[in-house]
Design a protein around this ligand. Structure first.
Ligand SMILES: Cc1cc2nc3c(=O)[nH]c(=O)nc-3n(C[C@H](O)[C@H](O)[C@H](O)COP(=O)(O)O)c2cc1C
Length: 172
């Protein structure tokens, strides 16, 4: 009961500072994905994203959002397809590698090619190959809606992101 009162009493618009928003959203545990595409000239492009989620079963739709300041934004805007690699527990180094700017984020990463030449991360728990169905403005991010054209998964434990850190399911 006290917890409920606390939520109600802090729900004033002024309480939603970016710092508090981040802090509170840190309570929401997500999986970790690498979003990939081919940029102009066929260059491989990718970034780490935890904003991935399902939208619709029929038709099969997923979404994720990309920051307007991301270097990869132009490539994803111009692309017809993107790939989703859902990372396994032992792939936190890959999550970090794709979250930092680098000349070649794909260096040393085992890949295979999906629809449209989109690179997919080997060893991931699952891959979804998508056609970009729509893009929507989302504040300081752009929301990408993808129609799933192909997908596969294997058994294994996922990498989990919560409160700014990586975890295995058993570590939470
Ligand atoms: C676990 C994790 C999840 C992230 N999720 C997102 C996300 O959903 N959307 C986003 O725009 N950036 C996200 N980021 C930050 C991007 O990965 C980071 O800004 C990256 O440098 C963007 O790549 P780019 O600038 O080459 O496009 C996340 C970072 C981490 C570590």
């Amino acid at each position: 009961m006290n917890a409920l009162i606390d939520i109600v009493s802090t729900a004033e618009p002024t309480a939603v500072t970016p710092h508090r928003f981040r802090d509170v959203l840190g309570a929401f545990a997500t999986g970790v994905t690498i979003m990939t595409t081919r940029g102009p000239g066929g260059v491989r492009v990718g970034c780490t994203a935890s904003s991935f989620n399902t939208v619709s079963l029929e038709p099969p739709l997923v979404l994720w959002s990309l920051g307007l300041r991301a270097a990869s934004l132009g490539a994803f805007r111009a692309a017809e397809h993107f790939g989703v690699s859902i990372l396994a527990e032992d792939q936190r180094d890959i999550a970090l590698q794709f979250a930092r700017p680098a000349e070649d984020k794909f260096a040393g990463v085992a890949l295979r090619e999906g629809i449209g030449g989109v690179p997919l991360i080997r060893g991931a728990l699952a891959h979804l190959e998508c056609r970009i169905a729509a893009r929507y403005p989302g504040g300081d991010h752009e929301i990408m809606l993808g129609e799933v054209l192909n997908l596969e998964r294997r058994d294994g434990a996922p990498l989990v992101y919560q409160r700014g850190g990586f975890h295995g399911l058993r570590g939470l």
